[in-house]
Design a protein around this ligand. Structure first.
Ligand SMILES: Cc1cc2nc3c(=O)[nH]c(=O)nc-3n(C[C@H](O)[C@H](O)[C@H](O)COP(=O)(O)OP(=O)(O)OC[C@H]3O[C@@H](n4cnc5c(N)ncnc54)[C@H](O)[C@@H]3O)c2cc1C
Ligand code: FES
Length: 555
């Protein structure tokens, strides 16, 4: 039996297995609150919320059963991305507001207050809790600094360390979720595949230092980056830098997508990996990409009922994709495994969600396939429309970013000579491409270009597969018609589709509507507006993630 930790959530004691994130404890506390307290008490509690309550038909009053926070116009909100991007899960932990509960491990004695609960008492005003106005960052100096401990970052670190370099890896995910990135999250102790096992074993044999739970947010000068942790900051000095910041899911706005219970597909999987309770829940998995199958298989294995999988790509594209799997034995065996694990689950190509329904939380989803629309009851909609490279940090450093991905040469070197980039940040291509790119970047950073050359053929093979992958799961035109006039596109600032339609560019939308100015810094709505209106972000400004004020006062 795993050891348990006990913490306080909104004044109630909750026990969760050690290694769970705070978001798991909140979900468990909320489930027990809504099942043990009478409905009237829930409602009364919520009606005490001061400040403007939105029309209850938008889901405020009874939404306490699932709400983590209240949006600027009063909507109930709950986690979306599960990976530290959206900030919908932010809560106050031990007096520190705006802490992302999906990224912070639960610990004994922790005092957690949801933003929803806190704002009842504070009339929606933020309380400032400065721990210090003076920055005392811990200093680290290394020959090779790797940002991101996913497969690409791990491979780069191993190859650079094997080449005799002093290597430090920094990752936003806390231990024990890190190292591993999105696919191998929390796998180090018990690897989920032979491949993961092999890489973690290899990692043990080299001397690589890790800083977990630290997010890079600025570059005060060339050769130096700043990272923030829950209780401090780091100044990281390096000779060579490998960016392996991976990808995130693309979210598209549609009516009801802000309801608690609508989450990213990888988002729900990431939370489930940290113990988020999914057993017995009815889940519709929707959107696009091979990730949908991986998520559905994982959730089913952990007791969820997968109602169906809705894939927006057409049958004809999927058939072409299937034929591209020949020559990729590991991918064929993965596909066969998914088929077995998902036996009996309907997989519907050419199908996508058009509305999430529910008064206070998700109750059903309306799906479209051809001319047909129908409703399906569910507890969760796990929905992500393929992946997008995380290029913000590269953009901040001044690396060239083209067509949404970081440009690199044959040695994975960016337009800056001491900065390399590998994995999904250079374009979506899957695990094998991330691993081979990571190795090339690590070898080149350690000045072993000749050894790196031996991996070029394998990379070229994986790149050809990546091209097919990206063609297959390219989003169809009809998805641009998903939002209605009052659908919120920017979740941080509650900006509707109708208001954005009146703007001419991303810059105008930011200046006039505050779209993209909230804590996610446009990571969710920026990608959506790019798809809906063709807008692009013109520049990246520091900090690339919101940070505590005291960490901004860099000397
Ligand atoms: C949510 C999600 C779930 C996925 N699940 C699966 C799956 O189940 N099966 C599958 O085959 N593929 C999955 N994929 C795809 C898979 O992640 C890729 O194919 C590949 O493994 C990516 O490797 P990577 O090293 O490039 O990136 P990642 O694995 O994404 O690693 C990047 C790491 O960089 C860190 N990072 C990013 N920015 C910063 C910063 N500023 N400071 C510090 N750290 C930072 C992130 O926390 C992350 O740990 C998933 C992708 C996503 C986005
Ligand atoms: S769910 Fe935690 S940041 Fe998105």
């Amino acid at each position: 039996m795993p050891e348990n930790v006990t913490l306080q959530v909104n004044g109630e004691s909750v026990s969760v297995p050690a290694g769970s994130m705070v978001s798991t404890a909140i979900a468990i506390a909320q489930a027990s609150f809504s099942s043990t307290k009478p409905h009237e008490e829930n409602t009364k509690k919520a009606e005490n919320v001061s400040g403007s309550l939105r029309d209850s038909s938008r889901g405020v009053v009874e939404g306490t059963a699932l709400a983590f926070r209240r949006s600027v116009t009063g909507e109930a909100r709950a986690p979306l991305c599960g990976m530290g991007i959206c900030f919908e899960c932010r809560v106050t932990i031990n007096g520190q507001p705006h802490s992302r509960s999906c990224q912070i491990p639960a610990a004994n004695g922790q005092n957690v207050v949801t933003e929803w609960e806190r704002m009842k008492d504070e009339c929606g005003m933020m309380t400032f809790h400065p721990s210090s106005f003076i920055l005392h960052p811990s200093s680290v100096e290394t020959e090779v600094l790797v940002i991101g401990a996913g497969p690409a970052g791990i491979a780069a670190a191993i190859r650079a360390a094997e080449g005799g370099k002093q290597v430090c890896v920094v990752d936003d995910n806390p231990a024990p979720a890190s190292p591993g990135g999105q696919i191998w999250r929390g796998d180090q102790a018990r690897p989920s595949s032979a491949e993961a096992k092999e890489w973690f074993e290899r990692l043990k044999r080299v001397n690589v230092s890790f800083i977990h739970g630290a997010r890079i947010f600025a570059q005060p000068e060339a050769g130096c980056l700043l990272a923030e942790t829950t209780d401090g900051s780091y100044e990281l000095r390096f000779e060579k830098l490998v960016l392996a910041t991976g990808a995130r899911e693309r979210f598209l706005p549609f009516p009801g997508w802000t309801l608690p219970g609508v989450m990213g597909a990888g988002g729900l999987q990431a939370l489930a990996k940290s113990g988020f309770p999914v057993a017995g829940k009815r889940v519709v998995v929707a959107g696009s990409g091979p990730l949908l199958m991986a998520v559905a298989a994982y959730l089913r294995k952990h007791g969820a009922e997968i109602v169906l999988i809705a894939e927006q790509a057409s049958w004809s594209r999927l058939i072409r994709f299937g034929s591209a799997l020949f020559g990729q034995p590991s991918k064929i065996s993965q596909a066969i495994n998914f088929k077995k694990q998902l036996a009996g689950v309907h997989y519907l190509p050419g199908c996508w969600p058009i509305t999430a329904k529910g008064k206070y939380k998700l109750e059903a989803v309306t799906l479209r396939r051809g001319d047909k629309t129908w409703d399906v009851d569910c507890d969760y909609l796990a929905c992500g429309f393929y992946l997008l490279p995380n290029t913000e940090l590269a953009g901040l450093l001044g690396c060239e970013v083209k067509n949404g991905a970081v440009s690199v040469n044959e040695f994975q070197q960016t337009s800056l000579s001491n900065v390399y980039c590998a994995g999904e940040t250079t374009g979506i291509g899957g695990l094998e491409l991330s691993l081979v790119e990571g190795q090339i970047a690590g070898l080149a950073a350690a000045s072993y270009e000749n050894v790196a050359r031996r991996l070029f053929a394998e990379r070229a093979k994986q790149q050809r597969f990546a091209e097919v992958l990206n063609r297959t799961f390219a989003l169809r035109e009809e998805l641009r018609a998903l939002p209605t006039a009052d659908t919120l596109v920017c979740r941080c600032e509650d900006v509707s589709f109708e208001r954005l339609q009146k703007q001419g560019s991303w810059r105008e939308a930011k200046l006039q509507m505050r779209c993209g100015m909230g804590p996610c810094q446009g990571r969710i709505c920026g990608a959506a507006t790019e798809f809906l209106f063709g807008w692009g972000m013109e520049s990246v400004r520091p900090p690339v993630f919101p940070v505590r004020l005291e960490n901004l006062t860099y000397p």
